[in-house]
Design a protein around this ligand. Structure first.
Ligand code: ADP
Length: 501
């Protein structure tokens, strides 16, 4: 097993990876940009080295700086987390060349699956259904227009090197097609340095259901069940859960088999995710493969009882999977909400500032993965995700109730968060009924439940260190009842819990 592992990432995932490393007796080595100097991922690691600069492009995305630090500090392996360089074949190759193990699949596999056209061709060859469309050799706009007519509208134009919804265009009629291709190409070139695009039939109201897979370097591949990720905003997941309310045991086994076949087709090793669209008619289609640990991996950890980072380390150091498909159990129900520093009422605008108070809920079956603590700065430089709140319980209804309980007790002061929005979402009858699809959020027009907003008087009192914040709040008749209730039953009654940085 490795002795010294560098985590080429920041925030909650760097904190989470360090925890497993330390539990395994491995030295956890962090890197940090200038604004991250005192960040939680630095203070929780065993050693930390600076990547001078602020922006991601001059810090966490600098292969040369990371390899240099790793070499100088006798690192045996690098964990890339998610985002940043985690799906960059060049980074994996640079590690391999420097004699450092990259914790993930081989560089060549990352490269092949990173091109969506190539990935679709590979999986189709082993009988995995793909979204009907055009992913062949034709690349001129004229040729694509002929294919578009054959497929029919609406259709999606996608960037072959795409990710995060970039370079994607929905086209509803032939007249819009040429302009849409040109603009998709421009966006793709700017974001990925490639203007290759392909076409897909637009599936109406699909679910996004993905399978966690794991392969070792001895040819064994299993899946660790599904995650339902249909609740999305602009192709970004907001709530994830397992099991999916849509899967029967038969469909689960069919989709799981397809995911394993897709992984085996490329000789996949380490953690990966095979994403599918699931149509209203029960048909499923391969969407893409993510060659890294996902943000939502804790959902899988909760229902399987496995530590996926530990598995990644064991496999990267040459170990064999210690279980077979039949030995795995999907137990209970897990759900994750992504807590963002954003103003949902103002178009989900990211919110920045110092966390004056930060108190995560605690209780049985509740897990919070976060890179922040009281006093931390939320800056413009990086992703505004503050934390992931994950719950586990026997069934979906109990999980939802537990999630609501936990959201009501999640205290964040200093930035605006989406907690009120998530509470409203969890109360939505369609959500509760499990009737989800990728347009769910737009269609349901969820409006923030402001019940969690503390009365401003309590905040001022707390900030000034005045004893009995609630007493000040109490005198105000202007408080809405929901506010008042929270003020007197929640953490707001305990002014001494807050320290203002
Ligand atoms: P990216 O890699 O840019 O995130 P994906 O191909 O993974 O792009 O798709 C992101 C999301 O876009 C999916 O989760 C789904 O909501 C939607 N989507 C993608 N392809 C289709 C399609 N053919 N029909 C309908 N929705 C789609």
């Amino acid at each position: 097993m490795f002795k010294r592992v560098l985590i080429a990432n920041r925030g909650e995932i760097a904190v989470r990876v360090a925890a497993t490393l330390q539990q395994m007796g491995i030295t956890a080595i962090a890197v940090n940009s200038d604004p991250d100097r005192g960040a939680l991922h630095v203070t929780s690691a065993d050693e930390a080295y600076p990547l001078e600069g602020s922006a991601a492009a001059e810090t966490y995305l600098r292969i040369d700086k990371l390899i240099d630090i790793a070499r100088k500090n006798k690192v045996d392996a690098i964990h890339p987390g998610y985002g940043f360089l985690s799906e960059n074949g060049k980074f994996a190759a640079a590690c391999e060349n420097a004699g450092i193990t990259f914790i993930g699949p081989k560089a060549e596999v990352i490269r092949r699956m990173g091109n969506k056209v190539e990935a679709k061709q590979v999986v189709q060859q082993v009988g995995v259904p793909i979204v009907p469309g055009w992913s062949g050799g034709a690349t001129s706009t004229k040729e694509l227009a002929i294919e578009a007519k054959r497929i029919g509208f609406p259709l999606l134009i996608k960037a072959a090197a795409g990710g995060g919804g970039k370079g994607m265009r929905l086209v509803t009629n032939a007249a819009e097609f040429t302009d849409a291709v040109e603009s998709a190409r421009r966006e793709a070139t700017a974001a990925f340095g490639s203007d290759q695009v392909f076409l897909e039939k637009y599936i109406a109201r699909p679910r996004h259901v993905e399978f966690q897979i794991f392969g070792d370097e001895h040819g064994n591949v299993v899946h660790l069940f599904e995650r339902e990720c249909s609740v999305q905003r602009r192709h970004q997941k907001v709530v994830e859960e397992s099991p999916s309310p849509a899967l029967t045991p038969e469909l689960r086994s069919k989709m799981g088999d397809a995911a394993v076949r897709a992984a085996k087709a490329v000789g996949y090793s380490n953690a990966g995710t095979v994403e599918f669209l699931l149509g209203e008619d029960g048909q499923f289609y391969f969407l893409e493969m993510n060659t890294r640990l996902q943000v939502e991996h804790p959902v899988t950890e909760m229902i399987t009882g496995l530590d996926l980072v530990r598995l990644q380390l064991e496999i990267a150091s040459g170990g064999k999977l210690t279980f077979t498909q039949d030995g795995l159990l999907q137990t209970g129900h897990a759900m994750e909400c992504r807590i963002y520093a954003e103003d949902t009422a103002r178009g989900f605008l990211p919110s920045t500032g110092t966390l004056l108070a930060y108190e995560a809920p605690r209780g049985p079956g509740i897990r919070v993965d976060s890179g922040f603590e009281e006093g931390s700065e939320v800056t413009v430089h990086y992703d505004p995700m503050l934390a992931k709140l994950i719950v586990w319980d026997r069934g979906r209804d109990e999980s939802i109730r537990k999630m609501q309980w936990a959201l009501e007790r999640f205290v964040v002061l200093g930035v605006t968060t989406n907690i009120g929005f998530l509470r409203a979402l969890l109360a939505n009858p369609e959500f509760r009924g499990g009737r989800l699809h990728t347009h769910f959020l737009e269609e349901q027009r969820i409006v923030e439940d402001s019940g969690d907003a503390p009365p401003v008087e309590s905040l001022i009192a707390a900030a000034l260190g005045i004893d009995g914040a609630a007493r000040i709040g109490k005198g105000k008749s202007s408080l809405r009842s929901a506010d008042a209730k929270d003020a007197f039953s929640g953490p707001w009654t305990q002014a001494d819990r807050w320290r203002v940085a």
